[in-house]
Write a new protein. Structure first.
Length: 406
């Protein structure tokens, strides 16, 4: 504590007696730290003692006691400065730290300034985070500070008396530690009643927090049964050389071309028997996709009016389909065979069948089929399909047949 208005810097007996209390408290902190180290061995499994250094900037509030001096007051109590720190991590929760800080100066009214420099030794207690993180000083943690401080002043334009050279200091802060040893701090510190300051700083812990082992999970690990097996016999430093066996050269075989398997085709019409509906097609005859001949016999529905070569309307529809088939297979030629029953003279029936064969060919030519692809033939009554004794038989014999011209 500083009191203005008296000559010199005098140390009072009261100040000495007050200093004994903080000294006793600091001794208790150190004793408790050692006890914590012994009692929390499970939490300290991932802990390593490390020295750390730090620096910070601060804003201070400086309040010298002017109550005993008439006409003197504090005009501006706010100051700014910086601090340096040297510390040592004792165990999972406790660290001990020394610091020195320049707090700036207080301006008095009507005149004069008092400059403050403080130093201190204090114990820090960490908490409110996971034990493993706290052991490594990583992540967020809250810490409290308690210790002894010393005050040094310089004055300009005013006389003062420093009552206590040694005093109690206390603080509360927040620290965030990174995994590379760096830590960020924000802290409020009070040196008795004269000087208080808020500081932001960096600390750096020297060395790794690990002893070369992976990060602890906090769970006990049972010893391996293999660790208890004794080693019997000498340890072989060098094994005998292993002979190198050269592989015998392998003769490279020519690639094998896959054999094309042709499915069975009994009638040779290029339609596999599994898909062929007409397995006895004549060799070379054009066939449809189902394996049956395109034209092979009677085309049902090609009829004429009685005794003439005029096509019926039904015959026109059927022949339109024949013309489309011929367009679909432009490479084939066909024979048009006209037949009659045996009613009437045979010569007349032959002429009638000739006119009917020509009538069919003319229809196809009119439908766009080249005449060179058509060969009309007349057979009259000479090739009946069945007996002419019944009307049904005679109707069956009056017919037109198509066949492919080879």
């Amino acid at each position: 504590m500083n009191q203005t208005g008296k000559q010199g810097a005098q140390r009072s007996a009261q100040g000495v007696s007050r200093a004994a209390v903080p000294a006793a408290m600091l001794g208790c902190i150190i004793v408790l730290s050692g006890c914590s180290t012994l009692g929390n061995s499970s939490e300290n499994r991932d802990f390593r003692n490390r020295v750390y250094v730090g620096a910070g900037v601060l804003a201070s509030q400086l309040e010298p006691d002017t109550s005993g001096v008439t006409g003197v007051s504090v005009d501006d109590s706010m100051g700014a400065g910086g601090s340096l720190t040297l510390g040592y991590d004792i165990d999972n929760r406790f660290s001990v730290e020394g610091h020195i800080a320049s707090l700036g100066e207080a301006t008095l009214e009507p005149t004069g300034t008092i400059d403050y420099t403080v130093a201190g030794v204090s114990g820090l207690v960490y908490g409110l985070n996971q034990p493993n993180d706290r052991a490594r000083r990583e992540g967020f943690s809250v810490f409290g500070r308690l210790g002894l401080g010393a005050l040094e002043n310089d004055a300009s334009g005013v006389e003062f008396e420093r009552v206590n050279d040694v005093h109690l200091l206390a603080g509360l802060g927040l620290e965030y530690g990174l995994n590379n040893g760096l830590g960020l701090r924000a802290e409020l510190v009070a040196h008795e009643t004269d000087a208080k300051y808020v500081q932001l700083g960096l600390v750096y812990r020297i060395g790794s927090h690990r002893y070369g082992s992976p990060r602890s999970t906090g769970q006990p690990v049972a010893p391996s049964a293999v660790d208890d097996v004794p080693i019997v016999g000498p340890i072989v430093d060098q094994l005998p050389p292993v002979p190198v066996i050269e592989p015998e050269p392998v003769e490279e075989l020519p690639p094998v071309k896959p054999e094309k398997i042709t499915p069975p085709d009994a009638d040779g019409d290029k339609v596999p028997d599994a898909e062929d509906k007409c397995l006895d097609t004549a060799p070379g005859a054009p066939v449809r996709v189902d394996g049956c001949p395109i034209f092979d016999g009677v085309v049902e529905g090609v009829n004429f009016r009685a005794g003439s070569a005029r096509l019926t309307s039904e015959a026109n529809v059927v022949l339109a389909g024949v013309a489309q088939t011929l367009r679909d297979y432009p490479d084939i030629r066909v024979i048009i065979e006209a037949h009659t029953d045996n009613e009437g003279a045979a010569s007349a029936n032959l002429q009638l069948s000739k006119r009917r064969a020509i009538a069919v060919a003319r229809y196809l030519v009119d439908a766009g089929i080249s005449g060179s692809r058509l060969k009309p033939q007349a057979f009259g009554e000479s090739k009946p399909r069945t007996s002419n004794l019944t009307e049904q038989g005679r109707a069956a014999n009056r017919r037109v047949e198509f066949s492919v011209l080879q």
